[in-house]
Structures are given as C-alpha cells and as structure tokens.
Design a protein around this ligand. Structure first.
Ligand code: PLP
Length: 396
C-alpha cells in the first residue's frame, strides 16, 4: 500500500513510543519503573466527573458546534479574565480535542512550504513534527542548561527572517521544566511586536509553577502582544484530565475562524461530554489544582535532591511542569549497569530500561542529545525505587 511521503517521513511520538516499550516489558511480567508519560497520576476531581455524568443524563450526547459549545468558550474567557486579567470574546476561542490538536490546527491554518517556524530547543516532541507536516521549515534555536533552557530575546531576533511565519514558545516547558523569568518574556514580547512575528504561546503547564518562579501569560506582557499571540492550553495537566481530550486556542478571530473551518472538516467536534466536564473544571472550585500542584512540588524537591546526588549528572532546576531534564553524556563510552556501554541518550534509555527496568525518554526526541527526561508525575515510592535503580546503574 502506498503511504504518502509526508507520513512516511513523520516520526512517531517518542514519548508515546517510550511508554509503549515500557509497557511491552511490563506485559512480560517485569516490574517497570515508569517515568515516560507526561500525565498526572491523579484521578480527575470528583466534581468534574459528576458534571460529565450530569451532562450525559441531561442528553448532551450529540454533535456540538465544531469549535466547541458557547458555554465552554465563555468559561475559558472568564477563566483568563479571572486568572490573568485578559479579556477575550468567544469568537476568539477554539475548543479542540486536546491542546495538541489546537497546535496542529494552528500550524495547518497558518504555515505552508517556504515558511519558517522558530522553535526554541529543547522543544516538545510534536512541535517539529507538526511543523514539518505543513511543509514549513522548523528553525531551531538552541538554548543551554546555563540559561535555564530559556531562549534570549537576542537569539529570537537573530532567528527571524522575512520567511518567519510563527514562533512556538512553551512556558513552562516540556521537556526542560524551564519557566521563563518575567523580564526575559517581556524582552521576547518586545521583539515579537517590533518585528511583527506571530507567537504560539503554549501555556498548558501554567498552573504548575514552583517556588521562585512566576507565570505570566504572554499576551499580558506588552501592548501589541495580544494581537500577535495564539495562546494554546487545556485541561489535561492542571485538572488531571488527559483522557478527556479538551484543549483550546485563543487569539485573533481571523486565525481562530480559519482553524475552526479546518476542524469542522477534520472532526465534527470535541467530545460533548468532555466539554461539559471542562466547564466545571474551569468554573468550579479551584482548590484541587493547588492540591495537585503542592504534591508535584514535594516530588520535585525529592527529585532534585536525588539528581544532585547522582554521579556526573548535570541539570537546570525545573521552575514549572513536572519534568526533570538532565545530562548523562559523561556516562557515555564507559561501562554502566550490566556492563552496557552506550554513546548516546537513546541507547542509554534502552540500556536503562533493559538492565534496571527504569523507563525515561531520550533527549534526542526533544532536540537535546546527551539529555534524558524524567516525568515526576508519579508517586514518591515509585520515584524512590526508580532513583535507587538509576543510581546503581550509573555507579556500576
Ligand atoms: N503542549 C505541551 C507542551 C505538552 O507537553 C502537551 C502534552 O504532553 C500538550 C501540549 C498536549 O496536551 P493535550 O493533552 O491537551 O493534547
């Protein structure tokens, strides 16, 4: 069967592939210490589940408008006004099957062959793959551990050409956990306004911010930024709702309308029941978000303590999200657990899984050779056992 060239060259999501590999081992009866997937281990709060049940019982089990029901769009607008003082109209909001779907729609609606899309690196796996699907060219801007994996305004300015169509910012960042300092974000916003560049601001981890860091939504930072930003977010991470598949994009009505047109052809609408659950998530009590954040903060402290004790491993402390991203390159070319010798992060992850049954994701997938990503969206007991094994593997 002939498969199209663009799909032939599309790489499968590395995080999903790493999780599948771990699962394969688990299915053979092996106890695997799994730190690959970026999803909260908490169950969706009860009041949100109840709202979904009530929605079903009220008969909300039919097609909805393609870009989401008016009540949810309004709830999203109200949440941004409450949390960030931002005023959006429902016509500036699109609800999708998860933030990933909104990102795909945005790229498809705005990019074409010949365009360039600036991506600070390390980047979330899907960014480059989805840009390539449109035929546009990803332009990677490398950031370093020393800068906390934050792209500077100068780096951004230098990457802009007359072909630049979009810049994809992710704050806080998956995989690095980088939370941009407000001044750094302001400087980036200034460049975007001066050079008139559209920015996708993926703020899906905005509620998961730790002591010492502060979150500010990009459009609030500078006059002229609201017109040049498409905010992407969703309920997956903050409300432990990964499986419900509700995300959104918020930005200039013209772009949103184009994305909605595309979405109406791709998929009739996001799940009706999930949309009602998302209204409750946004309008209902918010204490659950802080309770989960506090739990992530405890795990983050533990992870940092364990990372500091690992031999010859370097990292920048994550200010947000639930990932630790660390450099293991010092261990390449020398025997690890089971006598395995590796020379890149992908082989490191394979050896670690086979020998120690610890599953991490290779930094190669995020454009960061030498690094590995550990998701601490898992309980402390598993983290402890995983770190004990990782430490033994490195010290063999
Ligand atoms: N953006 C980033 C940076 C993510 O890490 C993820 C999920 O891992 C998403 C978007 C997609 O989230 P959703 O579940 O809403 O599709």
């Amino acid at each position: 069967m002939k498969i199209s060239a663009s799909i032939r060259s599309l790489k499968p999501s590395a995080t999903i592939a790493a999780a599948a590999k771990a699962k394969e081992l688990k299915n053979k009866g092996v106890k695997v210490y799994e730190f690959t997937l970026g999803e909260p281990d908490f169950t969706t709060p009860q009041h949100i589940q109840d709202a979904a049940i009530a929605a079903m019982q009220a008969g909300h089990t039919h097609y909805t408008p393609s870009g989401g029901i008016a009540e949810l769009k309004q709830a999203i607008c109200s949440a941004y006004e409450r949390d960030h003082g931002l005023q959006y109209q429902p016509s500036e909001v699109l609800v999708s099957n998860g933030a990933k779907h909104s990102i795909h729609n945005l790229l498809t609606a705005t990019c074409e062959p010949g365009d360039e899309v600036i991506i600070p690196t390390p980047y979330w796996v899907s960014y480059s793959a989805l840009v390539e699907l449109t035929g546009a060219t990803p332009v990677m801007v490398d950031t370093t551990e020393e800068s906390g994996f934050c792209m500077s305004a100068d780096q951004f300015a230098s990457a802009i050409t007359d072909k630049t169509r979009l810049m994809m910012l992710n704050n806080p960042c998956n995989p690095t956990g980088a939370a941009y300092p407000v001044e750094a974000l302001e400087a980036i916003a200034q460049v975007a306004v001066e050079r008139d560049v559209l920015v996708m601001s993926d703020e899906i981890y905005e509620k998961l911010i730790y002591e010492g860091s502060e979150f500010r939504s990009l459009p609030t930072l500078r006059e002229g930024m609201r017109e040049r930003t498409v905010v992407v977010s969703g309920v997956s991470k903050a409300y432990a709702m990964t499986g419900w598949r509700i995300g959104w994009a918020m930005g200039p009505a013209e772009v949103i309308k184009a994305m909605d047109k595309l979405q109406s052809q791709e998929t009739s609408n996001p799940c009706s029941i999930s949309q009602y659950a998302a209204i409750e998530a946004l309008n209902g009590p918010q204490e659950c978000v802080e309770e989960m954040r506090k739990e992530f903060a405890v795990r983050r402290e533990y992870v940092l303590e364990r990372l500091r004790a690992l031999p010859e491993v370097t990292f920048a402390e994550p200010g947000g999200a639930f990932y630790a991203f660390f450099n293991v390159a010092a261990h390449f070319g020398r025997p690890l657990g089971g006598g395995k010798v590796v020379d890149n992060a992908s082989d490191f992850c394979t050896a670690l899984l086979e020998e120690a049954h610890v599953a991490l994701v290779t930094g190669d997938a995020f454009g960061a050779p030498g690094y590995v990503r550990l998701s601490f969206a898992t309980d402390l007991e598993t983290l402890k056992a995983g770190f004990d094994r990782l430490e033994a593997f490195l010290s063999a």
